[in-house]
Design a protein. Structure first.
Length: 267
């Protein structure tokens, strides 16, 4: 959630305020299973398409696990000043945020879903809660659900999770779609204990070709991606034209001033 826009907070907060944070599982899970387990639970609780929230967590806080040969969302991730840090424990993640805040850094992303503490100052009661995977993923799920309520379109809501700026949203959407297409298998690997057989999750989009729902979803993603590129191109083109016009105006004024100075000096 690197560049969440504050303007969406008002519309989504009504959803957030009335919902309770899902409880952690009774049996403790290893740190590298926590994000995936919470994402799966919240997808079911909030009616989010299977593996979408999990895919967002992978894009936001994913780190490669060579033993599992999969990218795992890491709950003790801290990102600030353009640098992401995967801390070995919750306590060290909290300490890292405290160090950053002591230096005056405010734009900090935390946890499984990289919730931004600057744009979402009321999301958590404290840093202990911010790094609680149940609270972190639960907040992100409710925020995403709020975005869907505002847009009535899951791909758009997912891209706005990152940013409303067209080119940033389009780039994020394309990256997320690639992860989502393979998210069923990766979710099995991510949430299963080491050495165990993965339990069935959700079929990947590629595994059910021809399904009307899947084909509609793919078409929606393509349409949104094209629209995002077109809008980003228009914005970039308008910016270039404005800069050229500004340069031409300055040049014309400079030439006029030089001509006036030359005329004055002759007199």
């Amino acid at each position: 959630m690197r560049t969440w826009q504050a303007t969406w907070m008002v519309g989504a907060f009504a959803v957030i305020a009335v919902a309770s944070v899902p409880a952690m599982a009774v049996t403790p899970l290893p740190a590298d299973n926590l994000c995936a387990a919470e994402a799966s639970a919240n997808e079911r609780s909030y009616g989010i398409p299977a593996a979408l929230l999990h895919s967002i967590s992978i894009v936001e806080s994913g780190r490669y696990d060579s033993e599992r040969r999969a990218t795992i969302a890491w709950p003790w991730t801290v990102t600030a000043e353009g640098q992401g840090h995967y801390l070995p424990s919750k306590a060290e993640a909290i300490a890292e945020v405290k160090r950053l805040k002591a230096r005056g850094v405010k734009n900090i992303d935390v946890g499984c879903m990289q919730v931004n503490l600057r744009y979402h100052p009321e999301a958590f009661a404290n840093l202990e809660q911010a790094f609680d995977p149940a609270a972190n993923v639960g907040y992100a799920a409710r925020f995403l659900k709020g975005l869907f309520g505002a847009t009535n379109h899951w791909p758009t809501a997912a891209s706005y999770y990152h940013s409303q700026t067209p080119n940033l949203a389009a780039a994020y959407r394309e990256r997320l779609m690639k992860v989502w297409n393979g998210a069923g298998a990766s979710a099995q690997v991510a949430s299963a204990p080491r050495g165990s057989k993965p339990v069935p999750y959700a079929p990947t989009l590629k595994s059910v070709p021809g399904s009307p729902q899947v084909e509609d979803m793919r078409k929606a993603w393509r349409d949104q991606a094209l629209a995002g590129r077109d809008e980003a191109s228009r914005i970039a083109d308008a910016y270039r034209k404005a800069r050229v016009s500004e340069y031409q105006l300055r040049r014309a004024r400079f030439q006029d001033a030089r001509a006036n100075l030359s005329t004055t000096s002759r007199h």
